[in-house]
Design a protein around this ligand. Structure first.
Ligand SMILES: [Fe+2]
Length: 432
C-alpha cells in the first residue's frame, strides 16, 4: 500500500512537470483540463484561489484583493500553453505605462550585412568584446525571420533594470559563467552547460557571480518545444528520449516584492527596445500555475544515442521551434561496428543552414577549432571532415566533444557584428 501511494505521487509529479514544459500541439486539449484541475485548488500560503477569477484572501491573512494575470498566446487556437499568475497591483502598472511610455527613444539592435550568403563561414565567438551590460553585450551574428543567433560576453547582468522579450522566446546557453536568472516565477540558478529556456513575455533579471561570461543566445519567434518524436500523445517524454522530466529544473524560491517606486523594464519587440517604467516591482506575484514558465536543462544531462554505424544529427536534437532545431553534441562512444569509421560522412544538407557552436573537448572532424567558434554551412553546400580527419578517426572509440547546433530551415543573414570576428579563410580549410 505504501508503494502504491508513492507511485501515485510520482506520476502526479511527472504529469505536472511534463505538461508544464512541453509545447506539444498534440497535448493541448488534455493540457487545458490539467490547468483547470490545478488552478481550481491553487493555494499559496494560507490563501485559497479559485479558477479564472480575481481572488480574495478568503482566510483574511493578508486582507487584500489579488488579481489574476493570465498570460497566453495564440489563445484562440489553443496551440500554446498558458500561465496564470496571482499578482498584486496590476491595474496600477498599466496606468503608469501609458503616461511614461511615449517620452523615450527607441533603440535599434540589429543590422544585416549580407542576406545572400552561400559560403561556408566561421566566426571566432570568443573575440566578441565583453560589455559590462547584459543587453549591450548581446551581438546578433546570424539572423532570419524565424530566429536570431546571438553571442554575448557580459561582465555584469541587468543592473538597475529588468528585461522582457515580447517578440521571441529565448534560449540562453551558458558557455562560461555562473549566476541566477530571476523571474516573476522565482529563481533559476545556472552554470556552465545550462540551457535556460525563457518563454516570451517573461520579465527577468540576470546576475552573474563571475566576470568572464560567454553566452550563446537564440531568440526564436515561435515557442521552443521538445521534439515531437520524443513525446507521447499527451506530451510526456518517452523512454527513448535522451532526457526526461527529471532533468528539467523549474524556478525556485519565489519571492513576492511589494515595493512601490520606479522600476525600469526594457521590453523588446520587433528588434527594438522599449523602455517602460513600472510603478510597482515587476516580481510581485504570490504564486503561479500553468504551463508557460522558464526552465533550465543542462547539456551535461543529455544522454547521447549511439549506434553500430554512424547516426545522423537528429539523434542529437534537444529542442525545436518553427523552422529550426537545437542539437546537443555531447561526449559519447563512437560507432562500434568493427568496420565503422567514426568520422561523419561528407554531405550537402539541402534542408537547412547548419550552425555549429563549439563549446569544449576535441573536435575530431575539424582542424583549428577553438572554444566559442561558430560555423555556418549554407543550405546545399557540401561539407564534412577536414582532410585527414577520416583517417585519424579510425580506431578511435569515443569523443569528448561538446557543441550546440542550430539548424535553420531558411537562410541565415549575416549581421555587422559578425564581420570583425570572421575567419576569412575558413572556406579554404577543406583544401589539401
Ligand atoms: Fe553538416
Amino acid at each position: 500500500m505504501i508503494w502504491h501511494n508513492v507511485g501515485v505521487l510520482y506520476s502526479r509529479i511527472a504529469f505536472s512537470v511534463s505538461y508544464g514544459s512541453v509545447y506539444s500541439e498534440s497535448s493541448q486539449f488534455t493540457f487545458s483540463i490539467s490547468v483547470f484541475n490545478l488552478s481550481k485548488n491553487f493555494i499559496v500560503g494560507s490563501v485559497f484561489f479559485r479558477n479564472k477569477y480575481d481572488v480574495f484572501d478568503v482566510f483574511g491573512t493578508y486582507k487584500r484583493l489579488y488579481r489574476n494575470n493570465f498570460i497566453g498566446s495564440r489563445t484562440i487556437t489553443f496551440d500554446r500553453n498558458k500561465l496564470k499568475i496571482i499578482i498584486n497591483n496590476l491595474l496600477s502598472k498599466f496606468f503608469q505605462f501609458s503616461i511614461w511610455f511615449n517620452s523615450f527613444k527607441l533603440i535599434k539592435i540589429r543590422s544585416i550585412s549580407n542576406n545572400k550568403n552561400m559560403q561556408n563561414r566561421c566566426y571566432k565567438g570568443f573575440n566578441i568584446k565583453p560589455e559590462n551590460d547584459f543587453l549591450k553585450s548581446r551581438k546578433p551574428v546570424l539572423v532570419n525571420n524565424d530566429c536570431h543567433v546571438i553571442l554575448a560576453a557580459p561582465t555584469k547582468g541587468t543592473e538597475g533594470y529588468f528585461y522582457k522579450n515580447s517578440g521571441a522566446d529565448e534560449m540562453l546557453f551558458i558557455h562560461e559563467g555562473k549566476g541566477v536568472l530571476k523571474t516573476v516565477y522565482g529563481e533559476l540558478p545556472f552554470s556552465y552547460g545550462d540551457y535556460l529556456i525563457v518563454p516570451r513575455g517573461t520579465i527577468y533579471q540576470i546576475s552573474f557571480e563571475t566576470e568572464n561570461n560567454r553566452l550563446l543566445i537564440v531568440e526564436a519567434f515561435s515557442p521552443f518545444r521538445y521534439p515531437k518524436r520524443y513525446c507521447n500523445h499527451a506530451g510526456q517524454l518517452l523512454e527513448h528520449s535522451p532526457f526526461c522530466e527529471r532533468d528539467i529544473r523549474e524556478p525556485q524560491n519565489l519571492t513576492t516584492h511589494d515595493e512601490k517606486g520606479d522600476f525600469l523594464v526594457y521590453i523588446k519587440r520587433d528588434n527594438l527596445l522599449y523602455p517602460y517604467h513600472y510603478q510597482y516591482h515587476p516580481f510581485d506575484a504570490v504564486g503561479w500555475d500553468g504551463c508557460h514558465y522558464p526552465f533550465a536543462f543542462s547539456i551535461h544531462d543529455f544522454e547521447p544515442i549511439t549506434g553500430r554505424v554512424h547516426l545522423p544529427p537528429p539523434i542529437h536534437q534537444t529542442f525545436e521551434a518553427h523552422n529550426l532545431v537545437i542539437c546537443s553534441f555531447v561526449p559519447r562512444k563512437y560507432d562500434y561496428h568493427p568496420l565503422a569509421i567514426p568520422a561523419p560522412y561528407h554531405h550537402s544538407n539541402v534542408d537547412s543552414d547548419e550552425v555549429l557552436y563549439y563549446v569544449d573537448g576535441d573536435f575530431m572532424s575539424r582542424k583549428h577549432v577553438e572554444k566559442g567558434m561558430i560555423t555556418v554551412h549554407p543550405i546545399g553546400i557540401p561539407h564534412g571532415p577536414h582532410p585527414g580527419a577520416v583517417e585519424r578517426s579510425i580506431g578511435k572509440e569515443a569523443t569528448q566533444e561538446l557543441a550546440v547546433m542550430v539548424d535553420t530551415f531558411k537562410s541565415l543573414w549575416i549581421c555587422e557584428d559578425a564581420l570583425p570576428i570572421e575567419d576569412a579563410n575558413y572556406y579554404k580549410s577543406w583544401m589539401d
